[in-house]
Write a protein that binds this ligand. Sequence first.
Ligand SMILES: [Fe+2]
Ligand SMILES: [Fe+2]
Length: 340
Amino acid sequence: MEHNAQQAQKDKIMEHNVQPSKASTSRRSFLRRGLAVGGAGAIGAGLFSAGSLYTNFAHAQAAASPAVTKGDVAILRFLAAIEILETDLWQQYNELGGIQDSEVPGGSGSTAYTAALQVLDGDMSQYIHDNTEDEISHFTFLNAYLVSKGADPVNLERFRTLPMLKGQFPAIPRHDADLHPKDHLQAIANTAGFHFGFIEQGGTSLYPSLAQGVTHPEVLRILLSIGPTETAHFQTWHDKAGNAPALTDPTNGLVFPDLNASPFGGEDFQTNLIMPEPTVFLSRKFPPVSIIRPTEPGGSGGAVATVKAWTADGLFIGQSQDFLAFLRKLAEQADETRRG
Ligand SMILES: [Fe+2]
Ligand SMILES: [Fe+2]
């Protein structure tokens, strides 16, 4: 019901936004008009130069159409595996904390857990649902692309053996007893709130790192197009984690401190500091620049590092050695890749 009400509200806002504004002198409508005019001019110019560029590019392609390399396939296969794992993780969250619908089927929803998540943001269940949908589309697309190039898609079904995400501090209620007391359930939701950012940080680092080892322009286009969705995910969760209320879980002593108060706070902890910060990039001879990640060139071990971080996070507790070996192999092959 609440969702329907929210949706109705959103629809209303959308309607409002698409109606021509009478107050054309307000900053808002000026901005839109300004952009439309500037955009039209830019598109005109763009079409002209893009048209001529495209012709040249087409000639170049015809002259030496590069094939998708073995290295490109290794990168795509590792990413497909990571996306399958991301999907599995998000589906677990969505089953209890996301919106239940046919777009992301399989859950039952937990009113108490959903309410605890919504302490972090009223839209949490929508975001969880949409993040899950994104991950499903990522692995499905990557596997379909691999098949289209005659390469093997990635299938992890034989490793789907664990009953549920488990760890020292749960991020999902494991049974009804986890729904009480209130601060225990909120600690579970808070843990999820931080975990979301952790997971998406992985993808945010991985795509730009691996992109630098890609050879084929189309594979590069894929990585440059999917990668920023991971960054969009990370940025969203980064913001929401900052809203996790300070508390101590009475059942296990897990502490969520007030990140805005001493000894925390300041540039490293203040919870509304969510934008990228200028940092050293390429060389100290250049001024600091605001970037997502000071990535290393391809082959610097980003894939293996991601697997290590996820393993250390306890995500694979209970998994077989076969599974870990399979994943490590995919990561090593992706990391070995050099552009060329
Ligand atoms: Fe993804
Ligand atoms: Fe993601």
